[in-house]
Design a protein around this ligand. Sequence first.
Ligand SMILES: O=C[C@H](O)COP(=O)(O)O
Length: 259
Amino acid sequence: MSRTPIMAGNWKMNLDHVAATSLVQDLGEALKAAGYDSAKSEAVVIPPFTDIRTVATLIDADKLPIAYGAQDISAHDDGAYTGEVSGTMLSKLGCSYVVVGHSERREYHNESDELVNAKAKKAIENGMTPIICCGEALEVRKAGKHVEHTVGQIKADLDGIPAEQVAKLVIAYEPIWAIGTGETATADDAQEVCQAIREAVKELYDAPTAEAVRIQYGGSVKPANVAEIMAKPDVDGALVGGASLKAGDFSKIVTFYEA
Ligand SMILES: O=C[C@H](O)COP(=O)(O)O
């Protein structure tokens, strides 16, 4: 089973809609110059909500080979939920992906696995693919409990999602201690947990579903380290923060296969 690698750039709370235009234009030009082949790697940008319409308009108008999505989604369909954004709204903007359960939202917004599960289901209900984030804090890794912790998250995050949907979604393993620190996990660290996540999906569902689900690594991925990480059999892509804010760097990560 060959899984198309997926490289998603999570801009986090960076770049207003004007700056977003420049980055997406530069990224489109960099990918074209690199001879980017979308069959070898999928490029996705995940901007702030306020940028999505602008990014969508540019990608559509210039027919750029870039998908886009959102950094969060409401667990509700509509109503009195001030500040939240619904799946219907995101789907109507043409979003293909929704990041759910990022460690920064789990920490700063106290998001539980139950809420992450509800958000993943809402993304699927609205025809979008969730990128379900998981990963351990440094103290958990130091205690040697990182596999147990991360697999436990994913089992809860996938609760009640049928196999045919799990096969199509994306899981992002992001060790919290590697996010934004420059402390990239080693390729072996990434493989260990991505393999354990795939084994857990096999136990929860079946072998075909485990083979089909795409599992990313995230945490200080850069052009210099992406090829080694991507050479691992159970790593199917990257969820990229800082490096996705630079068109040249993200283009090199998307075209990792050229290395
Ligand atoms: O969503 C992206 C991850 O949090 C990784 O961020 P980073 O590449 O800046 O470490």
